[in-house]
Design a protein. Structure first.
Length: 311
């Protein structure tokens, strides 16, 4: 129960309290223990002059909480994060505040951890080749998260800005256990894993090139008219989503494919069902995990971080 003390976790404290492997395990465990993503309140999105304000509340047995975030598309050109915010964690019984967490760090860990938690259940066990689209914070987080679940040996990075791409690659120059290089979208033809971590509004690659063994994670958008993967990727793939309601409300990769007839909404597989063993992985075709980012994920990891700090 809340004693009135409020903990403050800055970005470094959040990252220390949430090692990627622990974050991945916590999300899978929450779903296996019965958490229902479909019960999450819908995200509130308020358009403002220079972007969006987001409100993401959730509640569970021990904690309730809310993330207040902003999305400012022009910020990267200013050297600032595109996504910013704070997380307020509450005691579930008293609804008194117990912690405030840095929202940028929490989102960076959460988004990649969710992708890896799903990919861990979908990807071939010996996955060694990863293609990453994007060179921002989420691209880095996804490299870390996917390396935590699979024995990656070769990473191809596809980026539009040569300077950002060079800086991204430079951070892996000293890595002895993995080869990291720049490449093009054609690299998906030999990929075991593909991570789409961009702000693109149109498809990044030709889905017909994907091998059947590939698993794709797409995290770049929560808007109905934006997509990172094409109809062919969706048509060919087993499509897994965090929650059917959220995907059909916010995931352009799903919504646009349903509208075009490339996907029957009834064929969507829920992440929770996959984690509980209620859904079977179809290894005869590519697997696609489309994430929009949900409030329950922030809540689970904020609780884990807070408890790690207390202990």
């Amino acid at each position: 129960m809340n004693d009135g003390t409020i903990a403050f976790l800055d970005a470094d404290a959040v990252r220390t309290a949430l090692p990627m492997a622990s974050a991945i395990a916590a999300l899978q465990r929450a779903l296996r223990d019965g958490l229902d993503p479909e019960s999450d309140p819908a995200r509130s999105v308020v358009p403002v002059e220079h972007g969006q304000l987001l409100l993401m509340p959730s509640h569970a047995a021990r904690y309730a909480g809310v993330k207040i975030a902003s999305v400012a598309p022009a910020n990267p050109d200013r050297g600032l994060p595109r996504i910013q915010g704070s997380y307020l964690l509450l005691d579930a019984e008293t609804l008194g505040p117990v912690a405030v967490l840095d929202g940028i760090a929490l989102t960076a860990v959460r988004t990649a951890a969710v992708s890896a938690a799903a990919a861990d259940l979908l990807a071939v066990p010996d996955a060694q080749r990863l293609v990453v689209f994007g060179t921002g914070p989420q691209a880095h987080s996804h490299v870390e998260a996917l390396r935590a679940i699979r024995p990656l040996r070769h990473i191809t990075v596809v980026g539009r800005d040569p300077q950002r791409l060079a800086r991204f690659l430079g951070q892996y120059e000293a890595a002895a256990d993995v080869s990291v290089e720049a490449g093009t979208a054609d690299a998906v033809a030999t990929a075991d894993l593909v991570a789409c971590c961009t702000t693109a509004r149109t498809p990044l690659f030709d889905g017909s090139a994907l091998p059947a063994r590939a698993t794709v994670v797409a995290v770049g958008s929560h808007e109905r008219d934006a997509r990172e993967v094409d109809d062919e990727t969706v048509r060919r793939s087993m499509v897994v989503v965090e929650a059917r309601s959220a995907a059909l409300r916010e995931a352009g990769d799903v919504v646009l494919a349903v509208e075009s007839g490339a996907l029957d909404a009834d064929e969507l597989v829920a992440f929770a069902g996959l984690a509980r063993g209620e859904a079977r992985v179809d290894g005869s075709r590519p697997r696609l995990f489309k994430s929009v980012g949900m409030a329950w994920e922030d809540l689970v990891l904020a609780g884990v971080a807070y408890e790690a700090l207390r202990n």
